[in-house]
Write a protein of this length. Structure first.
Length: 477
């Protein structure tokens, strides 16, 4: 960039800063490094400037500034996207975290949630009324990124995904305009925002439906030596198929104590009256003789925080994921191996990822497939393999191990959660996340709302021309 261009940009940036309700940060400013830090220490990029947006008008101004100065634009909500799309090198980051407010109408059972709010803020605002809506399982995740990709959580089997509970969106377009999107206002865009990711604009507010969930939960976990766990997981799978919707079955395999073999954990999370949830315990206890059992009754707020981790931004992270329609015995065996060749090689210290399963079904599958961009509603389990570490020298080995665990389950996969894709997945990952017909429809929608692909730092869907829309689909802005 020439000196004259730097000068023009500097003068324009000064004018931008003067118009903002929030702050404009440059390298070296207080707050710059925390704002560019995301949930993966491998991401160490340096935006030319960061707009800490405190209003929708700030977002409009930032989008227009980036367009006028040909700057790549990244959008940061909670910072949990480990691919690091939010952080553009030498570009403009729009940091939504100052837009973190939640307003609750307990009579209408609605919550208006700003685009930078974290899940914990949503839960803390709604739980005093015994209300909640589907959100993820970690309280410091951003509502925006989670919801735009679909939004799985402990309430999804009862009430659908987070995106299934959105009544309306307030969105800043690639041209810097503000639109309200609902089933009756821009209905095709409403379809696309329900699972299509951040491809179409910057959502600065969501309106969610709330549900009377109460404040009580039950968590049941049973640990078994992984070498004995094939029949346990088969029985757990079969119980899941007939479980009430209040129960979300989950399973994991991780390193056991030093010197020991890996441990398989099976169980469920129940949101509702714990006494009703306890009726499932005898069947789970009958699966085998666990080496440890944990039955707890956290509040819903405690449940939503139980997987939180402090200092998580210091870790390097990598993962692999699939949607599974079934979980036959051969898949159970591969799940337990975690990409290793035998369980003796899968003990502590082998550097293998942790692996997990969370059950879908219930209200997720009730939604007609054509109703939203989110696909794969016939999923039985969502599978993930993830590693975290601190030493850069381990990068290749850790990523290779996570990929191996993912590859072992690939023969049983039928798709992937768009929010689980990595920066390495590219368009191949997008084709796994969306069936071909939905992907064509999303590309046509992108061609209308963001024809120049301004918002491409995401799990990107390149724009098509409006003429490329599938027959019968209206994509007018």
């Amino acid at each position: 960039m020439t000196t004259a261009t730097h000068t023009r940009t500097g003068h324009s940036a000064s004018r931008l800063a003067a118009r903002l309700d929030g702050r404009l940060l440059f390298p070296g400013d207080a707050g710059y490094d925390p704002a560019r830090t995301v949930w993966n220490a491998m991401v160490d990029r340096r935006p030319r400037m960061i707009v800490r947006a405190a209003s929708t008008a700030d977002v409009q101004a930032a989008v227009r500034f980036a367009r006028d100065h040909d700057l790549e634009t990244g959008i940061r909500c909670g910072g949990h996207n480990v691919a690091g799309f939010a952080v553009p090198d030498d570009g403009l980051m729009i940091d939504l975290t100052p837009l973190g407010g939640v307003r609750v109408d307990p009579v209408r059972r609605r919550a208006r949630v700003q685009g930078g709010a974290l899940l914990g803020a949503l839960d803390r605002a709604t739980q005093p009324y015994g209300l909640a809506t589907t959100a993820g399982n970690v309280s410091h995740t951003g509502v925006g990124g989670l919801t735009l990709g679909g939004g799985m959580g402990w309430l999804a089997r009862q009430y659908g995904l987070a995106c299934d509970n959105v009544e309306s969106y307030t969105m800043v377009t690639a041209d810097g305009e503000v639109v309200t999107v609902s089933r009756t206002e821009h209905p095709e865009l409403f379809w696309g925002l329900r699972g299509g990711g951040g491809n179409f604009g910057v959502v600065t507010e969501f309106e969610f439906r709330l549900h009377r969930t109460g404040t009580r939960t039950l968590v049941a976990e049973f640990d078994f030596p992984a070498e004995d766990a094939v029949p346990v997981l088969e029985g757990w799978r079969d119980l899941n198929a007939v479980a009430p919707r209040e129960a979300s079955f989950s399973a994991s395999v991780a390193d056991g104590p030093a010197g020991g073999g890996p441990v398989a954990t099976v169980g469920f999370v129940w949101v509702g009256d714990p006494e009703r949830g306890r009726r499932l315990l005898p069947a789970l206890r009958a699966l085998g003789r666990p080496v440890a059992t944990r039955i707890t009754t956290p509040s819903y707020l405690e449940l939503q925080c139980r997987d939180d981790s402090s200092g998580g931004h210091a870790y390097r992270r990598y993962s692999a994921a699939h949607y599974l329609r079934g979980f036959p015995t051969s898949a159970v065996e591969q799940f337990l191996l975690r990409g290793a060749t035998d369980l003796r090689a899968a003990g502590s210290g082998a550097g293998l990822p942790g692996v997990g399963l969370q059950a879908h079904g219930g209200a997720i599958a009730d939604v007609p497939d054509a109703d939203a961009a989110f696909g794969h509603r016939g999923t039985m389990f969502e599978f993930g393999a993830g590693s975290r570490w601190t030493d850069p020298a381990e990068d290749d080995a850790r990523m290779t191990a996570a990929r191996a665990a993912g590859s072992a389950l690939a023969p049983y996969a039928h798709g992937v959660y768009v929010n689980s894709l990595t920066a390495h997945d590219g368009h191949r990952g997008i084709r796994r996340a969306f069936p071909a017909a939905k992907l064509a429809r999303l590309a046509a929608l992108k061609g209308v709302w963001d024809p120049h692909n301004v918002f491409h730092l995401n799990q990107n869907i390149p724009p098509a021309t409006p003429e490329a829309a599938p027959a019968g689909v209206q994509v007018e802005a």
